[in-house]
Write a protein that binds this ligand. Structure first.
Ligand SMILES: Nc1ncnc2c1ncn2[C@@H]1O[C@H](COP(=O)(O)OP(=O)(O)O)[C@@H](O)[C@H]1O
Ligand SMILES: [Mg+2]
Length: 491
């Protein structure tokens, strides 16, 4: 259990590394370092496929090999590495010197190597390289458990390396085009220039043309769905379907038929065959919102969908192929869910190949003026108001306010101010920042209907109950207002 937890933590660290290192060289060093530390290996290297080299592979990172004699020393390991690259299977040996597989290797004996572990770097079907570790001291760290760990590690690392290489290419291209890429304009409707937000946009940018799963995390209302859509709309699957599913919306069995469809007669009421959302999304993107709420049974079916690209309709006997990209989102700490056995570890790692964490608004205060102006323009257009901007004093107020983290709430506050405003600039007075209002507005999960009702009630109060003046102020007809009020009376 202890060791499993260790492995878990190490893999967790690796997925974080994946997101933070964009430079391939540094990434490879780090990958090697993590593997060596975890297995207490003394030496190691990473090899990647390379069309320009004679052997087809090049050593791209190494530790504790004598670099002058490196080529001799690699000869020792070459039999191991070659077999791993060809078979795609990991090699583990405790007693290299007497292992008949390495009989011919003089240097294994010369260097008194006791144990060797070598795993393929595998991205999908393709083997893109290998990680080799050996030790002349310890045998105990090299266990079957370690092979399992390294195999998962190998696939995470392979994808990370590909992404980093792709990113470097992309970056070079961009620099060529223009000396500086302003990521803040890459996704038109997504606003933000703060360092943290730029990082979000950068990572989103590099997954556009990769089909890897993406896991978007962040508090509610931080823009998870917005980012998911942007990735879809700017990626290779643009123009195809984007199907959003809320994983907590339905009980398990209904969710299963919703996702995968069913065949006629598979349960009472199944009068005809029905397509599931996976099929509807075919060719496009399936967005699994609130994935942390997905029941365990369905987690395993989603895992299968990710790994085998296959699924089955409820009650069916044939497998169907799915061609979809999966983007998942959650406001939960999934690592914690895994530790509590509520979320499958393998699915977590599969999804988190690319993790994008969205910072709450309170951690990107620099973006407040940009966001505020953006929402002012949008609301002024929607509600046909003459508002053009925000008075500096009012902006000060917005900056000083303790936003809990939710961009949606922030947007509501601005919209409301725009609706109330009679001038061309929003002023302090338009914000009605008394503590009561703020408390109500900062409650999460407010719907548009709640918002509308609250706005009407506040305005009515302000107009001492005068409906004509309230309607005027809100820019709606008196009949519409009366209709709404009557509706609430009937609830
Ligand atoms: N960076 C941003 N730029 C523009 N609008 C944003 C941004 N972040 C969030 N929003 C707005 O906030 C609202 C909530 O975003 P959403 O993607 O639904 O959040 P989540 O899925 O995390 O709950 C949306 O209406 C979106 O337009
Ligand atoms: Mg959402």
């Amino acid at each position: 259990m202890e060791q499993q937890n260790d492995s878990f933590n190490a893999l967790f660290e690796i997925t974080r590394t994946i997101n933070s290192i964009l430079e391939p060289g540094a990434l490879l060093e780090k990958v090697l370092e993590i593997a060596m530390t975890h297995l207490s290996a003394e030496r190691g290297f990473v090899m990647l496929s390379d069309n320009t080299s004679e052997s087809g592979y090049t050593v791209v990172a190494l530790k504790n090999f004598n670099s002058k004699k490196a080529s001799n020393e690699f000869a020792a390991s070459s039999s191991v590495v070659t077999s791993v690259l060809q078979s795609g299977e990991a090699v583990l040996t405790f007693d290299a010197m007497s292992d008949e597989r390495f009989e011919s290797s003089v240097s294994i004996i010369a260097q008194k190597i006791l144990s060797i572990i070598c795993i393929p770097l595998r991205a999908g079907e393709r083997i893109s390289g290998a990680v080799y570790l050996d030790s002349s001291k310890s045998r105990k760290a090299f266990t079957e458990e370690a092979v399992k760990f390294l195999t998962v590690f190998g696939s995470l690392a392979a994808i990370a390396i590909e992404n980093a290489q792709r990113y470097t290419t992309l970056e070079k291209e961009n620099t060529r085009l223009k000396h500086e890429v302003d990521v803040s304009h890459l996704f038109g409707n997504i606003i933000g220039k703060s360092e943290k937000w730029k990082k979000v946009l950068e990572i989103s940018q590099r997954v556009l043309d990769v089909d890897a799963a993406v896991l978007i995390t962040g508090e509610s209302g931080t823009g998870k769905e917005l980012i998911a859509r942007a990735i879809h709309e700017h990626g290779t699957r643009k123009g195809e379907a984007f199907v959003a599913v809320n994983s907590s919306a339905l009980p398990e069995h209904l969710m299963e038929s919703e996702l995968f469809g069913y065949v006629k007669g598979s349960f009472t009421g199944a009068a005809a065959d029905k397509k599931g959302l996976v099929e509807v999304a075919n060719g496009g993107t399936l967005f699994l919102d609130e994935i942390g709420e997905l029941p365990l049974l369905l987690q395993s079916k989603i895992l299968r969908l990710l790994q085998e690209k296959e699924y089955r309709r409820v009650g069916d006997t044939v497998n169907r192929k799915a061609n979809i990209r999966i983007i998942a989102a959650t406001n939960k700490e999934l690592a914690e869910e895994v530790k509590g056995n509520r979320f499958r570890e393998d699915l977590y790692f599969r999804l988190n190949v690319v993790g994008i964490h969205l910072p709450p608004l309170r951690e990107r205060k620099d973006d407040i003026p940009l966001l505020a102006n953006h929402f002012v323009r949008k609301a002024a257009e929607n509600y046909k108001r003459p508002v053009e901007g925000i008075h500096p004093e009012a902006m000060q107020l917005l900056l000083a306010n303790q936003w809990k983290g939710n961009v949606r709430e922030f947007q509501n506050v601005i919209e409301r101010a725009v609706v109330l405003c009679r001038e061309t600039q929003l002023t302090k007075d338009d914000f009605l920042f008394d503590s009561k209002d703020q408390a109500v507005l900062q409650k999460t999960g407010m719907t548009l209907a709640d918002f509308e009702r609250q706005l009407i009630e506040t305005t009515l109060e302000e107009m001492n109950g005068n409906r004509t003046r309230t309607a005027e102020r809100l820019g709606v007809s008196l009949r519409w207002l009366q209709y709404r009020i009557k509706e609430w009376g009937n609830e």
